[in-house]
Design a protein. Structure first.
Length: 273
């Protein structure tokens, strides 16, 4: 049976097909977040950051509440075609929804340390983990299990969070305190000086993960899949922890390993895993 025509909405003016979407500023004044759950989490957690919303036409019936929120905040919600969204986001993985936002606020490592110490919290740190899909999956697991934050170590000058990582995190990036550093080893040393336990994940050697006596505050460091933890990073770890398997393969994907580490880490705090 044919779908009846949708009545025009008085709150949404007719779309102009020839109007080009607003692109992010090359100077870094805005950021683009895409992905259905990523954008909804952004709206829920950082509503003041949202400047514009863009949605694919066939997704609009699912966005009634979002449309009402946008009208109330004076935020444009523009209906775009698939090609327009592809041009705006640069990817076909936009899931039909994207947002132009003010830049994300990153905590300094010192601010992150303060939060961890005050709350006896826990965070994940990434040493040269650069694949955005792995980063996004790790952030998703960290948020799911209730970690407080994530510390990203990346090359200078501006380590950042890739747009695909935000999408893959499925909203997890909005539930974590995020910090970044271009010298992770030095930052971990400063965290240790504040009383934060630093644990490194190793595929060989170290202490078995099962039943490890974690204490808070804690930062667990995951290394690059090919090279593992760097020597300077390893030197800053209070202990190295491994995940035992059958030995059929040498190691796990870093995002899977991180999920197992995080799940074990939160058990002593009495949180549900």
């Amino acid at each position: 049976m044919a779908r009846p025509p949708r009545p025009p909405s008085p709150s949404r003016p007719p779309r102009k097909p020839t109007a080009p979407p607003v692109a992010p500023s090359p100077a870094g004044g805005t950021e683009l977040v895409y992905g259905y759950r990523a954008v909804l989490a952004l709206v829920a957690r950082r509503p003041e950051a949202v400047l514009e919303l863009h949605a694919q036409g066939d997704l609009m019936p699912r966005l009634v509440e979002l449309g009402s929120w946008a009208r109330g905040r004076g935020v444009p919600l523009r209906e775009l075609g698939e090609r327009e969204l592809l041009r705006l986001t640069g990817t076909s993985n936009h899931e039909g929804l994207c947002a132009l936002t003010r830049p994300r606020r990153w905590l300094s490592p010192g601010e992150l340390a303060e939060q961890l110490v005050c709350t006896r919290g826990a965070a994940i740190a990434l040493d040269r983990v650069r694949n955005p899909y792995n980063i996004g999956a790790i952030l998703r697991s960290a948020a799911f299990f209730g970690l407080d934050g994530a510390l990203l170590g990346a090359p200078a000058p501006h380590p950042a969070l890739a747009q695909d990582a935000v999408r893959v995190a499925e909203g997890g990036a909005e539930h974590l305190l995020l910090s970044r550093t271009t010298d992770l080893a030095d930052t971990l040393g400063r965290l240790r000086s504040r009383g934060v336990q630093v644990l490194g994940a190793e595929s060989d050697g170290g202490v078995g993960l099962a039943g490890y006596p974690f204490r808070r505050p804690t930062v667990v460091v995951m290394g690059n899949e090919r090279e593992g933890l760097g020597d300077r990073i390893r030197a800053q770890c209070d202990a190295l922890v491994r995940i035992d398997g059958t030995g059929a393969v040498g190691s796990l994907n870093v995002s899977i390993a991180a999920s197992l580490m995080i799940a074990e880490l939160v058990r002593p705090a009495g949180k549900s895993v």
